[in-house]
Every structure is written in structure tokens, then in C-alpha cells.
Design a protein around this ligand. Sequence first.
Ligand code: C2E
Ligand code: MG
Ligand code: MG
Length: 461
Amino acid sequence: MADRGRTSLNLREPGARWRSADQVHDLHEVGALNRRAFLARADHIRRRWPEGETAFITIGVERFSRIRGSIGYTLAESVISHLAARARKYFHGAPITRLGPDMVGLAMVKSPSVETWANQLQGLQNVLEQPILAEGAPIRVSVRIGYVTVTGGLSVAGGDLLNQAEIALDQARETSRLVQRFSPEQYGDPLGRLSLLTDLRDSLVRNELRLVYQPQVRCRSGEVVSAEALMRWEHPARGMVSPADFIPVAEETGMIGDLTLWAISQALRDLEIISASGRDMRIAVNFSGRLLSDQGFIELVRDRIRGRENQLTLEITESSEIEDWAIALKSLEAFAAAGMRISIDDYGSGLSSLAYVRQLPAHELKIDRMFVSQLTESYRDPLLVRSTIELGHALELEVVAEGIEDVETLALLSMMGCDMVQGYHLARPMKLDALLSYLEADRARDIIEAPMDMTRFWGVA
Ligand code: C2E
Ligand code: MG
Ligand code: MG
């Protein structure tokens, strides 16, 4: 590979150094930049060599969560660092950034008309798959590479190009190619998800995400025991984007980790304000099942929450996406032992079934809205809901019903012994200051205690 140096412009900063690939332990030693600094550096390169062709390159390690599960977090991190060091060396000190637990990105410029990118990246792929000696143990990993190239000017934003390189990596995985150039045609984007994804990446930096809170109320007392944190995205052009639109995109593209960490941090900040107002309650944060098998992510969450577990509930959504049960159970048990409540969200919806109730160390079951919304009109739904409440209680779980839109449904759930309720009838999701006023006015107790006109319920005059 020694001759590759002559085919590429040398981007090393004067005085910049990086260590030999076999000495690194973490990414800082490799000189990895955060995303923002990386993009600034890439812009600088493109400005400096406008006639050159720049590639944004993503390198993804295959089955990384399994590798991490078997060799442990520290060693797995050291593998990523070794790979990053090799890639950086191969590209003579090109800027590098971490894009996800199993992914790094590089920006590299080369002179026109030299070796093709495809050849050069196949060479890189080869180099990366040579055994790594991490802590004395030889480890071999498979990698895939995605890339996109651009020439001249800065008309396309670096952030967009990096996103496209990430999509190219997804395409490589989907098509079982080792190296894949981003292909917009192949990508096909009927739903505008590419631009949604690009915007979503920026939403955190631009501070466009918000949390709204929906009270969860104890049926017997009307006490607000917790509030569910629901994410909202105030997009400058699209207006308010529903989580139903962006959470699935985030889940499919790995962004969900960043969004969830943001939500947890924001919820903890808001809890301080709630505590300062003299209230003692939890916030329930939605937590996608697929994140539970990601040990590195769980460590980040643990660090972020440490000591405040008893203020949070994790509502596990999409339990069907749990990839590695051993890691998921270990993570949840550790959280629960520290005082966190675990809730199985959307119970009964198909994504969340009896198998999860059996396996997850949960404290509560949240009956999916679809069984609650027609409770007073349907023959079967009350049977299903009542037996779910009984099942939950037999397993010593509290049962929460969501989607309560009228007083009749509230009364029926109360009669069935449901422990907690949440829904528009009690309160719509609201901003923190509105939640504080709601708590102050004791609105939930008024609603729970309001006498109900039973003739409406039973349909008699
Ligand atoms: P979910 O966790 O089941 O949240 C309950 C959803 O039901 C919320 O929708 C809430 O606004 C809505 N809802 C509550 N009460 C009623 C009612 O009485 N009637 C009706 N028709 N709807 C009601 P939202 O806010 O649109 O969120 C949709 C889903 O997006 C959530 O479902 C959750 O799965 C996901 N989500 C929202 N925020 C986050 C988040 O921060 N992280 C993750 N991973 N997922 C989130
Ligand atoms: Mg939820
Ligand atoms: Mg739900």
C-alpha cells in the first residue's frame, strides 16, 4: 500500500501526528474529531483543493454488537480504534469521526485521474480485515465501506454528503457488497426520507427537538404519578413533525440512540424543575427495544442517568426488535436494580407480546391504545382488557391504559381494576410549564373524582 501515498494529496496538518495502529486504545488517540469539527475540516479540505475530488467514506463493522457481546466493551472499542487508526494511516491522516457504535467516517481528497476510488477502497477494505492485535488477542472483523464523491466548490453541504455515505454503507449491507458508492437512483426515495434523515441529523444541533409531557394518573386517587415524555420536532419548514414519522426513520438509521440520549437528558433537566416546584414524580421515557442490545449505548445511558434511576421509567417500545436477549436482560436488570421502572409499552399490539412479559424484568404493562379506544363500544375489547389487567396483576405488574378519550372509558377501566390511566380525557401531551400548572391545579384529581352520569354510560333514560 506504500505507493498509495503518491496518488493522493497529503492532508496531514503540519505537526499533526497519529500513533501506530498497534498502540491505540481509544479513538481520541487516533485523533478522531466530533461530527461538527469533522465537517469543518472537510469543508476546509474542499475549499483548499477545489479541483480535487473529495470522497466521504463510511466504514462499518459487521455484527459489531455480537462482537462486543463476546469480547466485551473495552476490547471492542479498542478494535474500532485500531480500524480507525489503520484507515487514517491508509489515507495519510485524513480527518476521521465516529458516526455510530460500529461506524467511522472519513473525508479524503485525491487528485483527478489517479487510481479509482473503488480500487483504493477495496485496498482499504483489505487492510482493515487483517487481524488486529488488541490487548494481545488476534481479532478479525468484517467491514463494509460506503462512499460518495464530489468535486468543486461547497455547493453540497458536507453533512448531506456524510449522510449519503452512510446510506451507501446501508446499501452495501443490503446488497452484500464490500464497497458501495452512493447511488441516488438505487436509493429511490418515494417518501422523502433521505431529506428527512438529513434534517433529522441536524435537528439536534439546531435545537429543534422538544419534549411534551402527558400525565399518567393513578385511578384510585387521581394522583399524577408520572408523565410520559413524548418527542416533538419543530421543523423550520415542515412545521411540527410527528414522532410517528421520524422515530421509525431514526430507528432504521441508527439515529435513535442520539435522540434517546437527548430525551433522557432533557427529561432529567425537566425533572429538576419539577422537583424544585415541590413535586415528586417520575418521567417515563420511550426506549426502543433495539437499543437494549447495544452495550456501548447502554453504558452511555447509565452514565447519563447514574444516581437518578428512581426518577425514570423506561417504556420499552418495539420489543420485537431486541436482537440480543442476553445483553438486553442484563441491561434492564441493572437499571431495575438501581431503581428504574421498566414498562412494556404497546402491550398486545403485536410488537409486544406474552413472550416479552415472560422474559423482561418489567414493573408495568401498558395496554395498547387500540384496545382502549373502542372499549365502551366493542364486545371483545373489554374482555381482552380485563383479562390483561388480571394477567398483569397475577404477575405483580401494574397495568396502565393509554388512549382514554372519554369519561365512560375511564370509569370502565377503573371498575376493571386498572392501576393507571393516560389519555386525552385526562390531559393532552403538553409543555413543561403547562404540566406544572396542571399539577398545581390538581386537575387530574378533579377529573377522576367528577361524578359520572351513568345513564350516558348504560344508555338508559
Ligand atoms: P406511545 O409511546 O405509545 O405514546 C402514546 C401516543 O399516544 C402518543 O403519540 C400520545 O400523544 C398518543 N395519545 C395519548 N393519549 C391519547 C388519546 O387519548 N387518544 C389518542 N388518539 N392518542 C393519544 P405520539 O406523541 O404521536 O407518539 C407516538 C409514538 O412515537 C409513541 O407511542 C412512541 O412509540 C413514539 N415516541 C414518541 N416519543 C418518543 C421518544 O422520545 N423515543 C422513542 N423511542 N419513541 C418515541
Ligand atoms: Mg410510550
Ligand atoms: Mg404506547
